[in-house]
Each structure stands twice: as structure tokens, then as C-alpha cells.
Design a protein around this ligand. Structure first.
Ligand SMILES: Nc1ncnc2c1ncn2[C@@H]1O[C@H](COP(=O)(O)OP(=O)(O)OP(=O)(O)O)[C@@H](O)[C@H]1O
Length: 250
């Protein structure tokens, strides 16, 4: 089987800082791969390079044979790559249904009208927002805005979903629900790359992990092995946040 996503030699520089330095990893169809690393290690920049929000200085992002590094974000979305953002981006003045309908219109075979209406309701229910269809996105709590953003990403019928700290900030009950939701997406065959500091989520969701530090890949492999890797533990121990403790105790 060939990988759905093959990142190779990917690099991005901001002035004198090499935020992503010769990054390489593969993601097989149906896998959930964690992109980990301490703060500032280049994870979000890597996600931005994959989704086309940033242009790479060097390297390739082969998605099903197409080099995304040369494509614009809207075309990348049409090819089947959807994402959520670390800082949520919903259309604040629109209601929840309209937010999802905006995604549905951009599907390869866009949905409109009544069909879009009912599909939007189905997706909102899927992410736990049933009954909020007509509420303005701005009125949702931050967590519910994250749910809405996921529903909009799913509206694109992606084959690859990029989640940037989608589970951050959830309470333990919400976290369990969130993990179950991502798992159900994987069970339906969706391929996922997730940036995550919540180690419970990483352990229960990720088949494999890629770990970055200062822009460079320092480890990759099955989740349990990678999180026990002394190089990874050392990279995180420089940190004083919860992620460090998560890895330490993994
Ligand atoms: N647009 C930008 N301009 C200049 N520097 C940037 C820009 N975006 C990111 N950086 C820098 O690149 C490095 C990597 O940042 P990035 O956000 O990718 O890290 P991260 O691993 O996602 O961090 P976190 O876990 O804190 O979100 C950091 O030093 C950051 O300050």
C-alpha cells in the first residue's frame, strides 16, 4: 500500500529561524498520526505547509501523488484535505448551520439548498451540536466553536483531516467524548494527522507519532515506543507544561 501523505525534505524559514527543517514522514491510509513536540518546535508551521496556508521553501507534500506544496489552499481542500486551527476560525456572524453549509458548498460536488440543510444538521449532531443550528457561531463557547469548526471541516468530505490541538482545553468528560469522536472518524476510514499536547489523547488515538524539536524530526514510530524514547523525553523535559509531565509518565 502506498502512503496517502508523504512529506519529504519539507523546510520553512522565517528570517533567520528555520521553523521546519527537512521534515519527512509518511501517513498510510486510515492511520492516525500524532505530530508532537515542545512549544515552538514547528508543528503548526508543518500543518500550515501541508494545508497550503504557508508556502514551503523546500520539500514536497505528496497527497495521493499530488504535490500540495505547489497548490493553493482552496485546491488542497478540494483534493480532500481539511483542517481545524489552533486558534479557532468560525464565521462568527453566521449561525452554526450556515457555517457548515459554507463547507458543504465547497465539496467536490457541492451541496446546496435542502440537501445542504439536512447534511449540515447531521454533521452538527455528529460533533455534539444538535439543537444549536440557528445559534450564531459567536455565541458558542470556545469548545463548541471547536466542534463547529470540525463539522465544517468534515463538510468537505476530506480524506485527510488535520487537527491542530483540537482536544486542548476540554474537561475530562468532553475529552472522552472528543476522543471517541475522532476514533469514530478513523473507524470510518478517515486518515488523521493531529498536533496534540494532551497525552491521553495521543495514547488512545495515535497509531504512530512523529516528534519535532526545534524544527527537526527527532523521533518517529509507534506511539508507545516514541513516547518512551529518551530523546523525546529529554526534548519535553525542557518544557514546564503539562505535556512534559504527560511524556514523563507515559
Ligand atoms: N509567521 C511567523 N513568523 C515568524 N516566526 C514564526 C511564524 N510562525 C511561527 N514562527 C516561529 O516558528 C517556530 C515554530 O512555531 P510553530 O507555531 O510552528 O511551533 P509549534 O510547535 O506549533 O508550537 P506550539 O506547540 O506552541 O503551538 C517558533 O519559533 C515560532 O515563533
Amino acid at each position: 500500500m502506498s502512503p496517502l501523505l508523504r512529506v519529504s525534505g519539507l523546510s520553512k524559514r522565517f528570517g533567520g529561524l528555520v521553523a521546519v527543517n527537512d521534515l519527512h514522514f509518511d501517513v498510510m491510509p486510515g492511520e492516525v498520526v500524532g505530530l508532537l513536540g515542545p512549544n515552538g518546535s514547528g508543528k503548526t508551521t508543518a500543518m500550515n505547509l501541508i494545508s497550503g496556508a504557508l508556502r514551503a521553501d523546500a520539500g514536497q507534500v505528496l497527497f495521493d501523488g499530488v504535490d500540495l506544496a505547489r497548490e493553493r489552499p482552496h485546491r488542497i481542500a478540494r483534493l480532500g484535505v481539511a483542517r481545524t486551527f489552533q486558534l479557532v476560525r468560525v464565521l462568527a456572524s453566521m449561525n452554526c448551520r450556515e457555517n457548515v453549509e459554507a463547507g458543504l458548498a465547497f465539496r467536490p460536488h457541492g451541496l446546496h439548498g435542502r440537501a445542504a440543510h439536512s447534511e449540515a444538521e447531521r454533521l452538527l449532531a455528529r460533533v455534539g451540536l444538535a439543537g444549536r443550528e440557528t445559534l450564531a457561531a459567536a455565541e458558542l463557547t470556545y469548545i463548541d466553536q471547536k466542534r463547529l469548526e470540525l463539522a465544517r471541516a468534515l463538510a468537505l468530505q476530506p480524506r485527510l483531516l488535520l487537527l491542530d490541538e483540537w482536544l486542548a482545553g476540554l474537561n475530562p468528560t468532553e475529552l472522552r467524548t472528543g476522543i471517541a469522536l475522532v476514533r469514530s472518524l478513523r473507524d470510518e476510514g478517515l486518515t488523521v494527522v493531529l498536533v496534540e499536547h494532551v497525552m491521553d489523547a495521543v495514547h488512545s488515538l495515535c497509531d504512530r507519532c512523529v516528534v519535532m524539536s526545534a524544527g527537526v524530526r527527532i523521533a518517529a514510530g509507534p506511539t508507545r515506543e516514541v513516547l518512551a524514547d529518551p530523546h523525546v523525553v529529554k526534548a519535553y523535559l525542557g518544557e514546564e507544561d503539562d505535556a512534559a509531565h504527560g511524556v514523563q509518565h507515559a
